[in-house]
Design a protein around this ligand. Structure first.
Ligand SMILES: [Zn+2]
Length: 283
């Protein structure tokens, strides 16, 4: 089946028709492919990136990032030093993918939990390189996105040069934003101190998120960062979004018809309440 990228002529919505991905396995047949000795990890590793066998993009690139050889580990349980190695790999792959012809905009992301559609539980994320700047990051860049100077009662934590808060305008019940207090455009521009700070911040936030509802939280995480043509975006300020559909344990809030119809959302929790609970858990 031909793969096509289509743009709605009225709304500008971009849809990648990837029907041939239906052939990919939902669950591996012969054990975990990401454990050492598995299909995608034949040799011992600490962290590892490789090309996705089932790429979703035509004019770009798709990679998988293995966080750890330990099948049971998570960003909530991995040591801070190890999270630093994952961030190292994010930086290295951002640079490498930008070196490809289709590497204009690199998105580092993670889907975790069956509800989010993660088919393999082994701790891993993904990286897509787009040959253009997609609409949402483009809008953030054109609006010169910057951290809220004072999130007030939505502040979650300030740690090692990074600030985390619950978004004032959340589309999902849990919507945590993490950004460096001093502007950094993208992952490769992080100095050693900022990188260590990010590892500490991620460790603290995921530790708290894991306890928020008393059981592992399904979530999506992604990094917003400058495109390759960074000179065109002098205000670019990297940030990380972590969102979950859960509003209570095992109770997802589904995006409803009226929300899809209008592009306006109804969120059944106050982000200040989520922030207060996360603050208490981070301690
Ligand atoms: Zn595994």
């Amino acid at each position: 089946m031909a793969r096509r990228t289509r743009v709605d002529p009225h709304l500008g919505t971009v849809v990648h028709i990837v029907a041939d991905r239906q052939g990919r396995p939902n669950l591996p047949i012969d054990g975990c492919p990401f454990c050492v000795g598995g299909l995608e990890a034949p040799e011992p590793y600490e962290v590892r990136a490789f090309k996705n066998r089932w790429p979703a993009l035509e004019g770009g690139a798709c990679e998988v990032v293995l966080y750890s050889p330990d099948h049971e580990s998570t960003l909530a349980t991995l040591p801070v030093e190890h999270i630093g190695r994952i961030i190292d790999l994010w930086c290295e792959r951002t640079v490498a993918l930008r070196g490809l012809p289709g590497g204009e905009h690199v998105v580092v992301f993670e889907n975790r939990g069956a509800e989010i559609g993660a088919t393999i539980t082994h701790p891993h994320g993904q990286i897509y390189a787009f040959d253009h700047v997609p609409d949402r990051p483009g809008r953030m860049l054109r609006a010169s996105w910057a951290p809220e100077p004072d999130p007030g009662d939505r502040l979650v934590t300030t740690i090692s040069g990074w600030r985390a808060w619950c978004d004032a305008v959340p589309v999902f019940p849990v919507s945590v934003r993490l950004a460096p207090i001093e502007r950094v455009p993208d992952l490769p521009a992080l100095g050693p101190a900022a990188q260590t700070g990010l590892a500490r911040a991620l460790s603290g936030i995921f530790g708290a998120l894991e306890q928020l509802f008393g059981e592992p939280l399904p979530y999506m995480m992604w990094v917003n960062q400058s495109p390759r043509t960074s000179s065109q975006w002098p205000d670019a300020w990297m940030n990380i979004e972590i969102v979950s559909p859960w509003r209570a344990p095992r109770l997802p809030r589904h995006i409803a018809g009226v929300e899809v119809a209008t592009g306006e959302y109804f969120v059944p929790v106050d982000p200040a309440d989520i922030a207060a609970r996360l603050r208490a858990l981070i301690g």
